[in-house]
Design a protein around this ligand. Structure first.
Ligand code: MN
Length: 257
């Protein structure tokens, strides 16, 4: 264990969201805490990076900063500038209000912020809490602290993060999982605005998941906390090798004439 590790905490729900305050509280005492988060709700912005306008940073306390940008902006700016250019010992993102499981990790600002940490050389954890009636942050706070301490002590493989999802009900325990598969139902709602023009809202339907044992959705649905290791390199190595063996006609490994 490092003597006094530097911990970067961020999220996509914004600096004032309850989840990030709970997370910062949970990690207190594990090291030197830096909280750098967006000034507004940034859920589902994925890995967006702001390039076409300047960013402004507001200091709101010792090692506490609010950025008018995306979660990825916060991590990039935090590491390259606010934290004096050296990566922290860990990036912890969350606690997100809402699950980030299965294919949703591709939309998630929470998970992308953690991946930005990985890209910039720090191990990372993303933590998300299922929401609904009777929701509590308590279990997510406990597991966030436990996993952060473990990662600080053991590290993670290069290019890998841990994606954690906490069920709505008191967890039965914790299971290691892989990403689940979601089926889209009524994802887009088509309506008329007050002036009779057609409008569309994304995210209308309830998500339906395939009940595949061992997946994050399945285990969280059965009351377990899920921990899914995610890898930055999305190369499909199995299909790559298959293609290399099959040598389809469009592969031209000799100079074209
Ligand atoms: Mn969010």
């Amino acid at each position: 264990m490092l003597s006094r590790p530097r911990i970067l905490v961020t999220n996509d729900d914004g600096f004032s969201a309850e989840g990030i305050q709970v997370l910062a509280g949970a990690l207190e005492g594990l090291g030197e805490l830096w909280v750098i988060a967006p000034d507004s709700e940034q859920s589902a912005v994925s890995h967006a990076l702001t390039l076409e306008r300047p960013l402004r940073v507001r200091s709101v306390g010792e090692r506490r900063y609010v950025v008018n940008g995306t979660p990825t902006d916060c991590v990039t700016l935090g590491i390259s500038s606010l934290m004096n250019g050296s990566p922290p010992d860990i990036v912890v993102s969350g606690i997100n209000r809402g699950a980030n499981m299965g294919v949703d990790v591709h939309y998630s600002g929470t998970v992308s912020a953690a991946f930005e940490g990985v890209i910039l050389g720090a191990p990372a954890i993303a933590v998300s809490q299922n929401v609904g009636k009777g929701m509590s942050w308590d279990s997510a706070a406990v597991v966030a602290r436990e996993l952060t301490a473990w990662v600080l002590a053991h590290g993670l493989p290069k290019e890998t993060l841990l994606n954690v999802n906490v069920p709505l009900t008191k967890p039965r325990g914790l299971k290691l999982t892989r990403l689940g598969v979601r089926r889209y139902t009524e994802g887009v709602v088509k309506q008329k605005d007050p002036r009779g023009r057609t409008i569309y809202w994304i995210g209308g339907g309830e998500p339906v998941w395939e009940r595949i044992p061992g997946t994050d959705f399945n285990e969280v649905g059965e009351g377990w906390i899920s921990v899914t290791p995610l890898h930055l390199d999305m190369t499909d190595t199995v299909f790559l090798e298959e293609l290399q063996g099959a040598k389809p006609s469009w592969v031209r490994e000799n100079d074209c004439e």
